[in-house]
Design a protein around this ligand. Structure first.
Ligand code: MSP
Length: 834
C-alpha cells in the first residue's frame, strides 16, 4: 500500500501520485498536508469523464466509455489512466487524439485535473514530444506549473541515511534575536521551537552536547521612541520586555543555554571588537547615505514602503505608505562597509557548498542576489538621531546601525573575542531564521565574518512564515493568533507537534482550528495514542512487563524500518526539517499499527499461542520506545511521560545515536502510568472529519475513519464538480456525514437553480470502497428551475467570462511572481528597524 499525504482536495496531487506509482518513481511523496489518503489497488470506482467522453466519441476510437458506476471526474481520469497503463499500445492514439482542439478546450481556463493527468501520462510514456506541437507548448506550461512536484518525483524512491557521526565539539544552534517592540508572538515561538527541538535532539546524541542561543535585539530608534512614549528609559523597557520573552519561552517549554541581550556588556564589547577588526582591515569608511526621510515618523523610508502622490499644485511628493506622512530626500554621513567586494566571493562559496543554505530555492535566490552585484552597506547612524545604539568605537557621534550590532550576538554567544577558541562553539553549527531575514544572514553576516577573518557558520536554515486560515498574519487584519491561547486550548505538546508538522522550510504554515483538531485527533490520539495504549494497557499486556521477545517472521520489514528510522530522523534534524522527521516517524507508526492489526494479538488466547502473542507485543513495545524516543525533542513532556512513567525505559537507552530494535530487556516491569496520552478534542465537526462519529457517538475505529474521509472527499468533489457544471448556477450545498460500523453515509444537499435538461443525478447511491453509501438530496425551490438557454445566459452573467477567467489566471500568476520577487526585495536594510 502506498500512502501519500495530500493537501485536502488537491486532486492534482493525487493524480501525480498515480503518475509516480505508474512510472515507479517514489511512491511515497510527502506533500503539503492535511489529508491522508490510503490507496489500495483496485479499491476505487470510476465513471465517465470529459476525456473519456471525448475520446470515445471520436470516430473509430480505440477507447470505450467507461460505464457509469460511481465516483467523480477525478476517479474517471484515474481509471482512464489505469487503462492506459494496462494497454500502453493505446498511448500513441491518445496523444494523437488530444493534439489539437481538445487541449485547447482544457487549457483555456484554469489549470485542471486533466492537465495533470495528461502531463503525467506524457511524462511517463512520451519523452519526445517533437511530433506534437500543441502538446509541446502545453507541456512546457504545465511543466512550469508543476515543477516542484516533478522535482519531488525525480527524487530516488527512498533514501536510507546512516546516522551522522557525533560532533566532537558542542553543536551550536542560534535563533534570531527578537525585537523588543512588541509582545512575543507565534513567529517568535515557532523559530525558537525549531531551534529548541534541534538542540534537544543533539543533546540526546553523543557526548559533546549542544548549545542554544536566543535572546533580544534591543537597540534602535523604534525602541527609543516607544520607551519615550511610555515615559521609560529604553533600558527599563527592554528589561521588562525581555522578561516577557523569557516567560513565553518557559510556557512553551523552549529551553536555551543563554538568553542574550544586545545590551549585555560582553555583547557591546564583542560588537565593538568586530567593528574595530573590520575597520583595521580597511573595510569600513565614512560615506554619504542618501534616502527618503520621514520627518514626522523620524525614520528613513525604504523604497518598498515609499509612495508617490501628486499634490494639488501638480508637484509630486514621496510619502510613507505605512503612515501616509511626507518624506524628504536627505543625505547624512554614515560609516559604510565594503560589502560590494563580497558578491562574487560569496556566490562562489554557496555554489561550492550547496548544503550551507537550506532550503535549496533560498540558496538559488541568494546566489542570484549576490550575482546581481552588491552595494556598500551603511553601518551607522548619527547619535543625534538615534542615541539608543552601541557607540561606534572611536567616534561617539555615531552609533552602530542595528544589523552589525544584532548579528554579532552569535559571536558573543560563542565567547567572542576572548573565549572564542576555548568555548569551541564557533563556527556555529546552524543559524535558524525566518525568510524575512535571509539576506541579512546569508549575505551581510558572512561578509562581516570573512572581513574579520572568522569562519562561516555551517548551516543557515531559513523557514517560512505562519499564516492564519490561509491569510498573512498581520496586526491590521486582526488575525494574529495567540500562541498562549492555542496552547491552553489544544495542549502544549500537541501545539508544538502541529507547528512542526504543518510547515517546513519551503512552505508557509497555516494555522486553522480544523487542521489543528485533525492533527490532534488523527495523528496524535488515534495513530500514536492508540498504539501506545495497546502496548501499555493490560488488555494486551496483563503482566505489565516488557513482553518476551521471539520470532515474528512477518515483523521483519517493520524491524528494518525501525532500525532505519533514527538515521532518517538524524538526516532531517541536520536540516532542522522537523516535518520531514515527523513524516518518517508517522510512516513507521502506521506500519506498526498495520502490523498489529494484521497479527491480531487479541485473538491469541490459547496457551500455546502466548509466546507468539508476547513476541508480537515485544515488537510493538520496541516500536513505541523507538518512536517515543525520537519524538522526545518535539513533545518533551508527553514523551517523557511515555518513556519514563509508562514504559519505564532505562535512562541509558535515551540516546538517539544508539537507538535500535531489541534493546529493552524482556521481563522488565513497565511503569504504573497507563493514562491516555492525548485527549481527543471532541468537536463534532472535527470528529466527523476524522471519521469518529458512529451512530451519532464518537468512535475511533480506523476503518470508519478512513471511510469517512473517503466519503467526505467524494461528496466534496461532487459538490465542486456540480457547481462547475454547465447550467447549474447559484448552488448551495451542505454535507452531512454519518458512519456506522458497516456503512458510511454521506448526504449531500444541494439547492439552487437547475436546467430542465439536467441529467438524472449521478450521485445517487454511490458505492465507494464497498459499503460506503453516498446519497444526494437535491432540493430545488419551486419555480427556481430555469430554461436551459436562460440558465446558460444566467450562468454567463453570473459567472466570469472565459476571457475574464483567463485574465484572472494571468493576474494570479503575475501576483505570485511579484510576491516571490517581493519576498527577496522586501526587507531592505532599513525596513525592519527604522
Ligand atoms: N531582530 C531581528 C533579527 C536579528 S537576528 C541577528 C528581527 N527580529 S523579529 O522580532 O522581527 O523576529 C524575527 C524572526 O521572528 C523572523 O526571522 C522569524 O524567525 C520570526 N517570525 C516573525 N514573524 C513570523 C511569522 N508570522 N511566522 C514565522 N516566523 C516569523 O527580525
Amino acid at each position: 500500500m502506498a500512502t501519500l499525504t495530500l493537501r485536502k482536495g488537491d486532486a492534482g496531487s493525487l493524480i501525480c501520485l498515480l503518475a509516480a506509482k505508474w512510472s515507479k518513481i517514489a511512491p511515497e511523496v510527502a506533500y503539503g498536508d492535511k489529508l491522508l489518503l490510503e490507496l489500495e489497488d483496485g479499491t476505487i470506482h470510476f465513471q465517465s469523464t470529459p476525456i473519456a467522453k471525448f475520446l470515445s466519441q471520436k470516430k473509430g476510437s480505440a477507447f470505450q466509455m467507461i460505464p457509469k458506476k460511481a465516483g467523480d471526474e477525478l476517479d474517471s481520469i484515474m481509471i482512464f489512466a489505469e487503462k492506459m497503463m494496462a494497454s500502453p499500445e493505446l498511448v500513441p492514439a491518445f496523444l494523437a487524439a488530444i493534439e489539437g482542439k481538445f487541449m485547447g478546450e482544457f487549457l483555456l481556463g484554469e489549470f485542471c485535473l486533466a492537465d495533470v493527468v495528461v502531463f503525467a501520462l506524457v511524462k511517463t510514456f512520451t519523452p519526445d514530444l517533437s511530433a506534437h506541437p500543441t502538446l509541446t507548448a502545453w507541456y512546457t506550461t504545465v511543466l512550469e506549473m508543476v515543477k516542484d512536484d516533478v522535482a519531488a518525483f525525480d527524487k530516488p524512491a527512498k533514501e536510507v541515511y546512516e546516522m551522522s557521526p557525533n560532533a566532537e565539539t558542542p553543536v551550536y544552534i542560534t535563533t534570531p534575536i527578537y525585537y523588543v517592540n512588541g509582545e512575543p508572538h507565534i513567529g517568535h515561538v515557532y523559530t525558537t521551537l525549531l531551534a529548541d527541538i534541534a538542540t534537544r535532539y543533539y543533546k540526546m546524541k553523543g557526548t559533546a552536547g549542544a548549545y542554544l542561543l536566543t535572546g533580544n535585539d534591543e537597540h534602535g530608534q523604534k525602541v527609543q521612541q516607544t520607551a519615550e512614549a511610555k515615559g521609560m528609559t529604553p533600558k527599563a523597557m527592554c528589561d521588562e520586555i525581555s522578561e516577557t520573552f523569557k516567560d513565553c519561552f518557559k510556557v512553551f517549554n523552549l529551553q536555551y543555554d543563554r538568553f542574550i541581550r544586545t545590551t549585555d556588556d560582553d555583547h557591546i564589547h564583542a560588537a565593538q571588537t568586530l567593528w574595530k577588526k573590520l575597520a583595521d582591515a580597511g573595510l569600513i569608511y565614512k560615506g554619504e547615505h542618501d534616502g527618503w526621510y520621514c520627518v514626522s515618523d523620524e525614520t528613513f523610508v525604504p523604497d518598498s514602503s515609499l509612495g508617490i502622490r501628486t499634490l494639488p499644485d501638480g508637484t509630486e511628493e514621496r510619502y510613507s505608505l505605512e503612515s501616509g506622512h511626507p518624506c524628504i530626500a536627505i543625505k547624512e554621513v554614515n560609516y559604510m562597509f565594503k560589502l560590494s567586494e563580497y558578491g562574487d566571493r560569496l556566490a562562489e562559496y554557496y555554489e561550492a557548498n550547496p548544503d550551507v543554505i537550506v532550503p535549496e530555492f533560498r540558496r538559488k535566490e541568494i546566489i542570484k542576489f549576490l550575482r546581481g552585484g552588491l552595494k556598500d552597506l551603511s553601518l551607522s547612524r548619527p547619535m543625534s538621531r538615534i542615541s539608543w545604539a552601541v557607540p561606534v568605537p572611536g567616534d561617539e557621534e555615531h552609533g552602530m546601525y542595528v544589523w552589525i550590532d544584532a548579528l554579532t550576538n552569535y559571536l558573543t554567544g560563542a565567547g567572542y573575542p576572548d573565549k572564542l577558541d576555548t568555548n569551541k562553539l564557533w563556527p556555529a553549527t546552524m543559524h535558524v531564521l525566518g525568510k524575512d531575514i535571509a539576506r541579512f544572514h546569508c549575505v551581510y553576516w558572512p561578509a562581516f565574518l570573512l572581513g574579520a577573518g572568522l569562519e562561516l557558520p555551517h548551516k543557515l536554515v531559513v523557514h517560512g512564515w505562519w499564516t492564519k486560515d490561509g491569510m498573512k498574519i498581520s496586526k491590521s487584519l486582526g488575525n494574529a493568533f495567540d500562541p498562549y491561547e492555542a496552547a491552553t486550548r489544544y495542549g502544549l505538546d500537541p501545539l508544538r507537534f502541529f507547528l512542526c508538522r504543518e510547515s517546513n522550510s519551503s512552505i508557509d504554515g497555516d494555522f486553522s482550528h480544523n487542521a489543528m483538531v485533525d492533527r490532534l485527533n488523527i495523528d496524535l490520539a488515534n495513530d500514536l495514542g492508540n498504539l501506545v495504549n495497546r502496548v501499555v494497557s493490560t488488555a494486551l499486556n496483563p503482566g505489565r512487563v516488557v513482553p518476551a521477545a521471539g520470532d515474528v517472521p512477518e515483523a521483519e520489514e517493520l524491524i528494518a524500518a525501525l532500525n532505519a528510522l533514527p538515521g532518517t530522523v538524524d538526516h532531517h534534524m541536520g536540516e532542522v526539517n522537523i516535518q520531514g522527521a515527523l513524516v518518517a516517524i508517522w510512516e513507521v507508526i502506521g506500519q506498526t499499527n498495520a502490523f498489529i492489526q494484521d497479527a491480531e494479538p487479541w485473538k491469541l488466547k490459547a496457551a500455546d499461542q502466548q509466546a507468539r502473542k508476547e513476541a508480537i507485543m515485544y515488537v510493538a513495545t520496541e516500536a513505541v520506545r523507538i518512536v517515543g524516543t525520537l519524538l522526545l525533542p518535539v513533545m518533551p513532556e508527553t514523551m517523557a511521560r511515555l518513556l519514563n512513567e509508562q514504559l519505564n525505559v532505562p535512562a541509558e537507552l535515551m540516546r538517539v545515536d544508539l537507538l535500535k530494535f531489541a534493546q529493552l530487556e524482556s521481563g522488565r516491569a513497565l511503569g504504573d502510568n497507563t493514562d491516555i496520552l492525548f485527549d481527543k478534542l471532541v468537536d463534532r465537526q472535527a470528529a466527523i472529519r476524522a471519521g469518529l462519529v458512529i451512530n451519532d457517538k464518537v468512535d475511533d475505529t480506523s476503518t470508519c475513519r478512513r471511510k469517512a474521509i473517503a466519503a467526505e472527499q467524494v461528496a466534496c468533489k461532487h459538490y465542486i464538480y456540480r457547481k462547475r457544471e454547465k447550467g447549474l448556477v447559484n448552488i448551495e450545498g451542505t454535507l452531512d456525514l454519518t458512519v456506522t460500523a458497516s456503512e458510511c453515509k454521506v448526504v449531500l444537499s444541494i439547492s439552487g437553480n437547475r436546467t430542465k435538461k439536467e441529467e438524472p443525478s449521478r450521485f445517487e447511491n454511490l458505492s465507494v470502497d464497498g459499503g460506503l453509501v453516498v446519497e444526494l438530496n437535491e432540493e430545488y425551490p419551486e419555480g427556481a428551475a430555469v430554461a436551459p438557454k436562460k440558465a446558460k445566459k444566467a450562468a454567463k452573467q453570473e459567472g466570469p467570462s472565459k476571457k475574464e477567467l483567463k485574465r484572472q489566471a494571468r493576474a494570479a500568476r503575475k501576483a505570485k511572481e511579484a510576491a516571490l520577487a517581493e519576498e527577496m526585495a522586501k526587507v531592505d536594510v532599513e525596513e525592519k528597524k527604522e
